[in-house]
Design a protein around this ligand. Structure first.
Ligand code: ARG
Ligand code: ASP
Length: 720
């Protein structure tokens, strides 16, 4: 008896400690008080839930922003200075770069506010407040209604909620579904539009290790860049103006110089994009068997072509670096996800769970009625949606990511319809002007030889791998006429089309007269683009229809899972809303006999140094600092720390997120995950899933010692 009791207690302790250690989850800021703060404090957090999110007082949420379209950034001074990743600022840095001013290769540092560079289109968005609006969204919905009717009512409700919430303000509103539409939250946001580049290290620091080290540990990337938010004199958002002044925030993060050690509390506060933790086994099978392998093949080809060209020419390197990084990033992650899910036996785990779930639904007729057929229905829909999703993704890879010139065409259909409908010349002039700008921006990053090679390769792969029903009409014609020899086709197109050459296109736009519309309509690239758009529309609506069915099932299955496991605290899947992930600083064991330490140092940068390889060519200045050990206050155990690992649950979108210590100070900037754990979007493994952060001291060291921009440190608050 006593032995039995003892065993139960031991088991209980093991269970308890494993739930405490498993730092899975991305939590909702306004529910931290209710669900998480106790555990967070047990893990060492010294502050309160109000310090994280509050509407009454300045809190951390006032210092965290959406940066651009899909990253996070945080404020580090009371003069609107923000820090994010180098890869998040990449497009901005690249757009200012030319062979003569190559900020990608050499870095950029504004030595005063006057030298900061403006970035039209770049914005940052703050969350003002959020609120649960489930009741209001679902008002008027009744059980017997059709799905269509329900979704119409919901949409009306949502429009009304948003309208009422922002009436008379300059804020924007969003209502987002959580738990697949079992709950809804309203978000009120404020967007600033004048965001200027302040500093970025050379790629040999900010992107050190490039795509080779991406998603990997040990990592030595100084992945940061800095921008400054400008506002009108009233501190409110304003379009760019030389009269704007640095934004004065309610809150910014003090920076800790104290360093990290294993077990230290960490919190990541940012915008995770999307995860799928509660979907059935069929979903994982679809991705790992049907979708990922095919997309990996297309991208392998793209990368081969881009990398070859980039190695040969510095100009092409600038033109294609951001494109290649984008292509490579998911390509590599997909490979890691397949591997990670396989090692975890994720499909089998889900199948076991589903078996237990079905047994549970059999326990009583009511549950059986509601959920008994769920998995069968899932199986059917996944069977139907998998080929459509593959067709859709392939289509996008080829026509919207492979054949580059097609992207130039979109504004031209507007021009055609304006000219054909006798729209006023002034209006047409405006469109011509915007097309000229678009063309200039496109050709800055376009190399004809590389573009042609990509087009030929993509069109051939499409022909080999995609069923005929997905072919655009115009593509079919080309295929037949040229017997699959796209090389010959592209040569002809190069001579004939308006969209292959900057001079030709600008010449056309500059002398444009209404009858020229004929030339556009006859253009082979224009025709292919039009025809692709038509076909894509059909595929997309087919996909949407099936996906809607899937969403309905997800909503039901989510609800069912919560009933199936009433004791479990479910976090909602990521949906690019502000979330808190907490965890601890910790290394991991990637495989038998190998143990990874939790942080890397400058010694490792020097170890990887290789002047022959662009991504590993350590700048001389950095080597000098290393030799002189000129480390200032930024070292740990006599070495400069670069990156560290922790157990926070993060995903794409969390890049640039602040990594915060127990006292609420900034210790790092989240930027990646480690290879063995990249399947965390689909299944989290506490033993292997680690987020990778830049140690903030490396950023300070680079700013101060490497760039000589120490003046920026004066506006920060450093905590020793
Ligand atoms: N893997 C990180 C993320 O998903 C960093 C990507 C940027 N770096 C690169 N080498 N492509 O965004
Ligand atoms: N690197 C990712 C990002 O850009 C973060 C991640 O996927 O872990 O958001």
């Amino acid at each position: 008896m006593i032995r039995k009791c003892f065993r139960i207690i031991v088991l209980f302790i093991i269970l308890l400690s494993s739930t405490l250690r498993a730092d899975e989850g991305m939590w909702i800021p306004i529910l931290i008080e209710k669900f998480n703060i106790e555990i967070m404090q047990e893990k060492g957090f010294k502050l309160s839930a109000e310090d994280i999110y509050s509407v009454n007082q300045a809190s951390m949420k006032d210092a965290v922003m959406i940066f651009g379209g899909g990253c996070t950034a945080e404020l580090i001074s009371d003069k609107g200075l923000l820090i994010t990743n180098h890869h998040c600022g990449y497009r901005a840095i690249q757009s200012h770069s030319t062979v003569d001013h190559d900020y990608l290769t050499n870095g950029f540092w504004a030595m005063s506010q006057g030298e900061e560079l403006t970035n039209p289109g770049l914005t940052v968005t703050f969350l003002k407040w959020m609120k649960d609006v489930t009741g209001e969204v679902l008002k008027g919905i009744e059980d017997g209604m059709s799905d269509e009717k329900k979704s119409d009512i919901k949409q009306e409700n949502i429009d009304m909620i948003k309208k009422n919430a922002i009436e008379g303000t300059h804020f924007t509103a969003q209502v987002k579904p959580f738990y697949y539409g079992n709950q809804y939250f309203l978000f009120i946001n404020e967007t600033y539009k004048d965001v200027r580049l302040v500093g970025a290290p050379p790629s040999a620091i900010g992107k050190f290790g490039g795509d080779t080290d991406n998603w990997m540990w040990p990592r030595h990337t100084g992945d940061f860049s800095m921008f400054r938010i400008y506002a009108g004199k009233d501190n409110k958002p304003s379009e760019y103006s030389p009269d704007n002044v640095p934004f004065k925030p309610k809150k910014f993060f003090p920076i800790s110089l104290k360093g990290t050690k294993p077990g230290d509390f960490t919190m990541v506060f940012g915008y995770p994009g999307s995860t799928y933790e509660y979907v059935p086994s069929f979903h994982l099978q679809m991705l790992t068997r049907d979708i990922y392998p095919a997309l990996i093949d297309v991208r392998t080809k793209k990368l081969e072509i881009m990398q070859n060209a980039m190695e040969k020419s510095p100009e092409v390197r600038i033109q294609y670096s951001a494109k290649a990084a984008g292509v490579s990033n998911s390509w590599k992650r997909w490979k890691g996800e397949i591997r990670g899910l396989d090692k975890l036996d994720a499909v089998i785990k889900k199948q076991d769970y589903e078996k237990r779930f079905i047994e549970w639904t059999g326990e009583n007729p009511e549950k059986n009625r509601r959920y008994g057929k769920l998995l069968e229905r899932y199986e059917k829909v996944y069977g139907e949606i998998a080929p459509v999703r593959l067709g859709q993704s392939y289509f996008r890879e080829v026509f919207y990511g492979g054949m580059e010139n097609i992207s130039l065409v979109s504004g031209f259909s507007k021009l055609v319809s304006m000219a054909e409908n006798d729209v006023l010349p002034e209006e047409i002039d405006k469109v011509l002007e915007s097309l000229r700008k678009r063309a200039a921006a496109f050709f800055k990053n376009y190399d004809p030889a590389t573009g042609d090679a990509l087009a030929v390769a993509m069109l051939s792969m499409f022909d080999e791998n995609v069923p005929e029903k997905y072919y655009p009409e115009e593509y079919k014609k080309i295929m037949e006429k040229y017997n699959g020899n796209y090389q010959i086709w592209i040569k002809k197109v190069r001579k004939k089309s308006l969209f292959m050459d900057e001079e030709v296109l600008l010449g056309f736009l500059n002398s444009f007269k209404t009858p020229d519309v004929k030339k556009i309509k006859k253009d082979p690239i224009y025709r292919l683009a039009q025809s692709a758009e038509k076909r894509y529309g059909i595929i997309r609506s087919e996909y949407r229809k099936l996906n809607q069915e899937l969403e309905t099932l997800h909503r039901l299955y989510m609800k069912a899972q919560m009933e199936f496991e009433p004791g479990k605290l479910f976090y909602p899947d990521a949906n690019f809303s502000l979330r808190v992930s907490y965890g601890e600083v910790l290394g991991y064991d990637p495989r038998d006999a190998v143990s990874y330490k939790y942080y890397t140092t400058l010694e490792g940068v020097i170890e990887k140094d290789n002047p022959e390889i662009y991504d590993y060519d350590v700048p001389d200045k950095l080597k000098e600092l290393y030799l002189k050990k000129d480390y200032g206050r930024y070292s740990q155990d006599g070495k400069i720390p670069i990156c560290f690992l922790a157990t926070n649950h993060t995903t794409g979108g969390n890049s640039g997120s602040p990594v915060i210590d127990a006292e609420g100070n900034l210790i790092g900037i989240n930027f990646d995950r480690a290879w063995e754990g990249v399947m965390s979007d689909l299944m989290f493994n506490p033993k292997q899933c680690r987020n990778i952060s830049l140690d903030i001291r490396y950023a300070l060291f680079i700013i101060d010692k490497f760039a000589g921009a120490g003046y920026l440190l004066d506006e920060m608050t450093l905590v020793e």
